[in-house]
Design a protein. Structure first.
Length: 348
């Protein structure tokens, strides 16, 4: 390996004001070739500072999963084994705890297809995203289960019911990574002056574009404009596994008009896979970014990763809000792109 590094333009945007499960007023780094993303997220960040509660963060759940595949002679054999295995949860949990001081087994979900038995193990993994941690745990669990049930045979350490880096329904339903909901209530005058639109027009666009448009396109548990843009930019800047934007971008944008033209706006991200320790986190630029983000503090295991997840979700909201507002005005999106991209070119 040559050790070459591919440079990606990076800017810190903000600060964003967060309240709720994450309390912060914090700039965020965005690594992207799409230069209009910086001022777009910046507009959402500015609004967050003009609203008393800022962007409220609610961390709903956290878990990392690995599904292991076993093969039985027939469905009846698979079912008997499945019932016995799930009934011995405490023994499985003890095996996981023995593998790592941070890994904890919290759930086992099963599926039987013909003679195939899928076990989906869910673990909490502290501040790590947990990919390797759950695989290590699954290896130990498979050995234990095959010892209990010699009538089963090994199928695969990962049976795709996890589901890792693929657009699936199971992750949104059962959870994978951090499940985070962020929302904001924007007074009517700020909607008019900062977003150059109205709550009614933005709500209507969200229904027609994100909800109906995504449905007729066949979207899978997903109804948003461009979560992937913000996710990729902040993932690259903070040393995350960028392939996890596949499931991470499966989220839902929801909006309501309230009171006399106020805008309630939310983004739900049920599969936000981020970590502050582990592979890639020791790179100098990553360490610097996580330190500046306040994600290298001496906290209880999991707290730093939760803070990062809240910052990532809030960044998504800022960019989503700004783009949808622009699309309520004919011509504004393209005009903004041309203006900002030309300005970026001349400044180089």
């Amino acid at each position: 390996m040559s050790g070459d590094i591919t440079p990606i333009p990076t800017r810190w945007v903000g600060p964003l004001r967060l309240t709720g499960d994450v309390e912060a007023e914090q700039d965020v780094p965005l690594a992207t070739y799409e230069s209009p993303l910086w001022p777009s997220v910046g507009r959402g960040a500015r609004i967050s500072r003009l609203v008393a509660d800022g962007i409220r963060v609610s961390v709903i759940d956290e878990r990392m999963t690995r599904s292991s595949l076993f093969v039985a002679a027939d469905a009846a054999t698979a079912l008997r084994a499945s019932r016995d295995i799930t009934g011995r949860f405490a023994e499985l949990a003890a095996t996981v705890s023995a593998q790592s001081r941070h890994a904890r087994l919290i759930d086992v979900d099963t599926e039987i297809v013909g003679n195939l038995l899928y076990l989906r193990f869910a673990l909490t993994t502290g501040d790590a995203s947990g990919h390797n941690m759950v695989t290590l745990a699954a290896e130990a669990l498979m050995a234990q289960i095959l010892g209990w049930h010699p009538e089963l045979s090994y199928g695969s350490i990962s049976g795709n019911y996890c589901s890792d880096k693929k657009a699936t329904a199971v992750n949104g339903i059962l959870g994978r990574g951090r499940s985070v909901v962020v929302d904001i209530l924007i007074p009517a005058d700020l909607v008019r002056d900062q977003l150059r639109t109205t709550a009614a027009r933005l709500v209507e666009l969200n229904v027609r574009k994100n909800l109906v448009g995504s449905t007729i396109a066949g979207a899978l548990r997903s109804a948003n404009a461009h979560y992937a843009n913000m996710l990729l930019a902040i993932f690259l800047a903070t040393g995350q596994d960028a392939a996890n934007i596949v499931e991470g971008s499966q989220g839902i944008t929801y909006a309501e008009e309230r009171g006399d033209g106020d805008l309630y706006f939310s983004c739900s991200l049920p599969t936000l896979i981020v970590g502050t320790v582990g592979n890639g986190k020791d790179l100098p630029f990553v360490d610097d970014a996580l330190t500046r983000l306040g994600c290298r503090e001496d906290r209880e295991p999991g707290e730093n990763a939760r803070r990062l997840a809240g910052l990532v979700a809030a960044t998504v909201l800022c960019g989503e809000l700004s783009l949808l507002a622009a699309q309520t005005n004919q011509g504004e999106l393209m005009q903004s792109h041309l203006l900002l991209e030309r300005r970026s070119e001349t400044s180089r």
